[in-house]
Design a binder for this molecule. Structure first.
Ligand code: CA
Length: 369
């Protein structure tokens, strides 16, 4: 304990001189050598309700670890969607400094700039592993900051759902023609692609999907995957469960940090915050991979009928997606991100195709036999 305190204090002491007055306040029982370190209480606005323990829970994991690393000196209070900030206004709130931190999905903000989609996922884009490789080692995180700088925000990977399911349908989709006239709840770029394929697209918050399906207001809806979908009860009001969710092959959630507030932190606290965010990123994907298999089996056991999108649907969707995503490249910021993302996707798919995808294909064939 003594040694741990000494090492930590030595590391933090060097940064104490960078503090901005007004954000520091020392607890009275702290050892004298730590007296220069601030006690900070930050606020984080989440776009999610507490009930989604995987997505929402990643922000709690981050806050808990940050507090542990800093011996309780730098703490974050996590607020669920709507408590202090509406679900889809997290980015603006961090930008204005209403809260120092946010946890959200950047593709909610494609109305501000379509390039935000690349920070979450695009149809037929990177899987979770590929996204993390791009973000941490392929310059992806740095290149996204060119966009976020306009909003006084730093963004960091903050969890991933893994490949999502294709959603719940009350009629079978046997060809691309069957999409015409279908009414579906599907947000973001996936919704825009579905619209091009003849689907009537509806934007409905998560809590209102169940009654809309039940009453026949919509024929289909997508959410995330077995664990979250089961909680919302879609299997009780829809017959067919489709895969894959080609519009979200690896949806990355993001932590937003107000850039000015980050600049006031001692460097040790900046590193502590970044470390805690990396842990949250690891937590969410591994948590989904841990809880989805059992939820999937429960859904199958309850009589849900599994279906795969037919090849012509996937091919038409891929063509429409590529056209749509290419359309934004007249904007220089979008174009820079697009070039980096697409180059990474192509090279990464070549490698994953040789190893991971061919192995997965064999396993899937074996399971089906
Ligand atoms: Ca989804």
């Amino acid at each position: 304990m003594e040694r741990r305190h000494f090492i930590k204090s030595a590391a933090l002491g060097a940064a104490a001189g960078t503090l901005v007055s007004g954000c520091a306040g020392n607890s009275s029982d702290a050892p004298a050598i730590q007296a220069g370190q601030p006690t900070l209480r930050w606020r984080l606005a989440s776009s999610y309700p507490r009930s989604l323990d995987t997505i929402y829970g990643a922000a709690d994991v981050m806050a808990d670890r940050l507090s542990q690393i800093t011996d309780g000196r730098f703490t974050v209070r996590v607020y669920p969607a709507g408590e202090i900030v509406p679900a889809f206004e997290v980015l603006e709130s961090v930008q204005k400094g209403t809260v120092q931190l946010g946890h959200s999905a950047s593709y909610y903000y494609i109305g501000k700039n379509p390039a935000f989609a690349f920070d979450t996922t695009i149809p037929f884009g990177l899987t979770a592993r590929q996204f993390n490789a791009w973000a941490y080692h392929g310059g992806g995180r740095e290149i996204m900051q060119g966009l976020f700088a306009d909003y006084n925000i730093l963004s960091y990977p903050g969890g991933n759902t893994g490949t999502q399911m294709g959603g719940w349908f009350n009629r079978e989709i046997n060809s691309v023609q069957d999409l015409r006239g279908l009414t579906m709840r599907i947000p973001g770029l996936g919704g825009r692609v579905m619209d091009r394929l003849g689907v009537t697209v509806q934007q409905i918050p998560g809590g209102e999907i169940y009654p809309a399906l039940e009453r026949g207001v919509i024929d289909a809806a997508e959410w995330v995957g077995p664990y979250d979908d089961e909680k919302l009860g879609f299997h009780q009001v829809a017959r067919y469960y489709y895969s894959p969710g080609w519009w979200e092959p690896g949806a990355n959630l993001s932590f937003y940090v107000n850039r000015s507030a980050f600049g006031t932190l001692p460097s040790a606290y900046q590193h502590a915050l970044e470390t805690a965010m990396i842990e949250a990123n690891m937590y969410m994907l591994s948590r989904y991979d841990a809880v989805n298999p059992a939820a999937f089996q429960r859904l199958v056991d309850s009589g849900v009928e599994l279906r795969s999108f037919p090849a012509d649907v996937l091919e038409a969707a891929r063509t429409a997606s590529a056209e749509m995503i290419q359309e934004g490249t007249s904007d220089p910021v979008y174009s820079e991100i697009y070039d980096s993302y697409m180059a990474w996707l192509g090279a990464s798919n070549n490698w994953f195709g040789a190893a991971s995808f061919s192995y997965s294909e064999f396993v899937a064939r074996m399971l089906a036999a």
